[in-house]
Write a protein that binds this ligand. Sequence first.
Ligand code: ATP
Ligand code: MG
Length: 442
Amino acid sequence: MDAKMDIKAPRGVRDILPDESWKWAYVLDAVAKTMADFGHSEIHLPIFEQTELFSRGVGDTTDIVEKEMYTFVDRGDRSITLRPEATAGMVRAAIEHGLCEQNASAKLWCWGPMFRYERPQKGRYRQFFQIDAESLGLAGPVADVEIIALSAEIFRRLGLKNLEVVLNSVGCPNCRPLYRQKLIDHFSARKGELCETCLGRLERNPLRLLDCKKPECGAIADAAPPIYESLCEECAAHFEEVKAGLTRLNFSYKTDKRLVRGLDYYTKTAYEILSGDLGAQNAVCGGGRYDNLSESVGGPHLPGVGFAAGIDRIVLVMEQQGSAFGKRPGAEIYVAAQDDSGRCPEARSAAQVLTHSLRMAGIAAEQDAGDSLKGARAFKAQMKSASGSGAGWLCVLGPSELAQGAVTVKNLQSGEQFSIALQDALQGRGPWGRRPCSRQAE
Ligand code: ATP
Ligand code: MG
């Protein structure tokens, strides 16, 4: 078939096709199990929210809010935004449903598409997918360590190699103003050497100057005073305890005084997990603490800590590292009908029934659904499909099998052939062995 259609997927978004989607399922399985082991419950959040949730929550001096959001006015004249991240929605949901009332805490996770109007490139899309975990209502450093450990454990189970945990503290509203001023003083003294973006951010969001990727600005940022000297007592103690906790759990990490996140809501802990195999888009995971996010969207005081990891990038790294994704799901048994050039239509009917019976017994089975009213195509064409299907076994039903109430079964790897009772096969029994997921009563 020629691809001659003019309508294509919009720039920066992509289809996750079957060759890739089964790898995603493998990753998400491991994620769901790890989340459960760490006590996080899954929730499903809306993909769009009121724009204000992000402009106030993520912060309107951030790149995300300034230039990356997909915002539109709906038919009811409301400003709606496709979520660029999940944390603000998590906090909104927890408050709306009182999940953290009376000092309760909530450990949650979700996954799904996020939307940012960015310049598309490898590992960077306009619709991308994140796994997101949040611990809400927990202010102590143990929660930060749990979150970092949870993200690292997911990657350990997936077999990701060559990762680095990078950690920093970004202070809190008590100590950050002082540090902000120190940064403004530092960078202002070398204003003439800064790039456009940094100049624009200097007064509004000076912390972001620390993570400018341009070498000229980077050198000035390297010389900036580290935040550690400015942290208040509480933030300093919190940071020390997070580091001690990671050490206790045998995690290796690096501190980086230039690590700041692109979202305004972070307080105290900020961290990223970087992959040595991703080139420019090297972050597989980012997160930290956000004790004031809830208040900034009009909620009560609700401390929280969490992370988001990009599924697209995780799969990309795993592919590059040649990681195992388990077995690709596919047909185990291919059922073929030998209808004697149309003289034995019963063979086609029996093949249809056997295929469905095997599926009901929890065995992945495939048949030739045919290209005509009659059903299955010529036997030769079915054999070709069988060998291309990846199935390990072939069941053949023809006139002689039907006369004997039997099925011819062939092991497609070894070539070994058996004749078994059709009755048995219809119950899912055969040389392929029993399936644990079979619901068939014995
Ligand atoms: P980056 O520095 O790569 O832009 P970020 O700091 O914007 O990342 P977060 O907002 O913290 O990232 O999102 C967490 C994770 O989501 C990232 O570490 C990355 O794996 C993934 N991610 C972020 N933006 C994109 C995107 N446009 N396309 C694909 N994955 C993304
Ligand atoms: Mg980004």
